[in-house]
Design a protein around this ligand. Structure first.
Ligand SMILES: [Zn+2]
Length: 166
């Protein structure tokens, strides 16, 4: 599902862009697409975030990190979790996908293709080291529950793939 239009106050964008994803430090929460809205009301910043994976403990950390970043910038804030529509990896920005790949994590495919890869063994996930698609699923769970572990059969490099599945 496509993300609804985000309502983010321009004054807050640069602050929120400095908050990184706790699991993937090269990605900002803006690049992850988890910030649904951020508005200033009566000098309080109201931020709505949508959790990524239900299995990721990172969301509590993200809320605290956002509050801390806004506090540093002089704002008190309230964080609200929005559970519907559910976050999908489609919300990751193109810049975020590039950062993921540079970090050595294969960027997610769309949800339908993702199922073929994880459940039916379809080989289309690109090796982050050499770009070959001759890669195989090693484990449904990589370094965290949000990632699957793959190995490249050409260069033998192991790498993580960011799953769409919950
Ligand atoms: Zn490779």
């Amino acid at each position: 599902m496509v993300a609804e239009k985000q309502h983010i106050d321009q004054k807050l964008v640069s602050i929120l862009e400095k908050v990184s994803d706790p699991e993937i430090p090269v990605l900002s929460i803006m690049d992850m697409g988890v910030v649904r809205s951020a508005i200033i009301e009566n000098n309080i910043v109201k931020v709505q975030i949508t959790p990524t994976y239900s299995g990721c403990p990172a969301m509590d950390v993200i809320g605290d990190d956002i509050k801390a970043a806004l506090k540093t910038a002089g704002y008190n804030s309230e964080i609200e979790l929005i559970l519907s529509p559910a976050w999908t990896t489609d919300w990751i920005t193109p810049r975020g996908r590039k950062a993921l790949e540079n970090y050595g994590i294969a960027a997610p495919l769309d949800a339908e293709t993702d199922k073929d890869v994880l459940l039916n063994g379809k080989r289309i996930v690109k090796c982050t080291n050499c770009g070959s698609t001759n890669t195989k699923l090693v484990s449904q769970f990589g370094s965290t529950a949000c990632k699957a572990q793959f190995q490249c059969e050409d260069c033998q490099e192991p790498f993580d793939y960011f799953k769409c599945l919950k």
